[in-house]
Write a protein that binds this ligand. Structure first.
Ligand code: COA
Length: 326
């Protein structure tokens, strides 16, 4: 079995910045509430007409450039998203066409905030068996399109962006050490978009009742997030034969600073080893960890040989944790 490394990363954030002060003008909220309850100061929002595949394309180009891989060398494209361009065809197929390649496998993966780590884990299986050598994993979200801009409990949190990684076989110590995926469908009602699928197809009533927007029971999620993330970290470290103090850098899902802090405290990591971008980027679901990873790599925060822990929790419920030696 071959080891999988991340040969290059890329990310893209839409140009439009939406600050907490902007939100104060739109809904009954305050900068103080958003900052203290979530840690978010501003976020990026897509332009009119911009869809997830557009963000995915920009992030992919940068990741491929970093990995020095041409589009025609790719073997497979996985796009993790809960905001596909449309229900079908897959956004991965739309992206494939934008990248100018034909014939290679392309599919979407829906694991909400855990999607990028699910994608890397799935992609790494094809690298491990020797079936493929270059796999593009992209997490792209245009969450502003499914947010109810009248619902202050969600619209201050979610945002848009994309991150990508090119997976390749590793022939040295670098690469994925361990990974762990999990899910619990008993929490499926805690966050989601009720209408627009086969259970509740689009109708005048669903539109009138705002059922095509994301609904979230934040409190219920909050309690389960901390517990699930710590458990996922413990399992992934145990599988890799590692202890907390061997981790050099931690990239958690960026849902809430009040979730990240207790998790980081539990594993005893200094603040400077914990990657935070939610203050600038909000919660970009699957794209959060993907963008944070790329930013950390480009800012030189992750160095060759570092053991990097990435952990996510999100809708489904789903969770994932991965340790990689850079
Ligand atoms: N501005 C001002 N007040 C707000 C507000 C906003 N944007 N949003 C909610 N409130 C109010 C509520 O109405 C409530 O008021 P009340 O006490 O008068 O009823 C109060 O603030 C507390 O609301 P609550 O929902 O209990 O807040 P919270 O401390 O749980 O924070 C979240 C809300 C969403 C930030 C938090 O629950 C969270 O981050 N949850 C986890 C989300 C998550 O992990 N998602 C994973 C999938 S992405």
């Amino acid at each position: 079995m071959r080891k999988t490394k991340i040969a290059g990363t890329g990310s893209y954030l839409p140009e439009k910045v939406l600050t907490n002060a902007d939100l104060e003008k739109m809904i009954d909220t305050s900068d103080e509430w958003i900052r203290t309850r979530t840690g978010i100061k501003e976020r990026r929002i897509v332009a009119q007409g911009q869809a997830s595949s557009d963000l995915a394309y920009e992030a992919s180009r940068k990741a491929m450039q970093a990995a020095q891989v041409k589009a025609e060398e790719l073997d497979m494209i996985i796009v993790a998203t809960i905001t596909p361009d449309m229900i079908f065809p897959a956004t991965a197929c739309v992206l494939q066409e934008k990248l100018g390649v034909k014939g290679i496998a392309a599919f979407d993966l829906e694991a909400a905030c855990s999607g990028f780590l699910y994608g890397i884990t799935i992609g790494s299986q094809f690298i491990a068996t020797g079936m493929y050598d270059n796999i593009l994993v992209v997490a792209a979200e245009a969450l502003s399109k499914i947010i109810d801009w009248k619902d202050r409990s969600t619209c201050v949190i979610f945002a848009d962006g994309a991150g990508a990684a090119v997976l390749q076989p590793s022939f040295d110590n670098s690469g994925i050490i361990s990974n762990y995926l999990g899910a619990d469908g008993t929490g499926a009602d805690l966050v989601g978009v009720p209408a627009g699928g086969s259970r509740l197809p689009a109708s005048q009533e669903t539109v009138r009742d705002r059922q095509h927007y994301m609904k979230m029971r934040g409190n219920g999620l909050f309690k389960r997030a901390v517990k699930a993330m710590i458990q996922a970290i413990d399992v992934s470290l145990e599988k890799g034969g590692l202890t907390y103090n061997e981790i050099d850098f931690f990239i958690p899902h960026q849902a809430n600073i009040r979730i990240i802090n207790p998790v980081a405290k539990r594993i005893g990591l200094d603040k400077n080893k914990v990657c935070i971008n939610l203050d600038q980027c909000g919660n970009m679901s699957a794209a959060s960890v993907a963008v944070a990873l790329d930013q950390a790599v480009r800012e030189g925060k992750i160095k060759k040989g570092d053991k990097v822990l990435l952990t996510c929790f999100g809708g489904g419920l789903t969770w994932a944790s991965l340790v990689i030696e850079w």
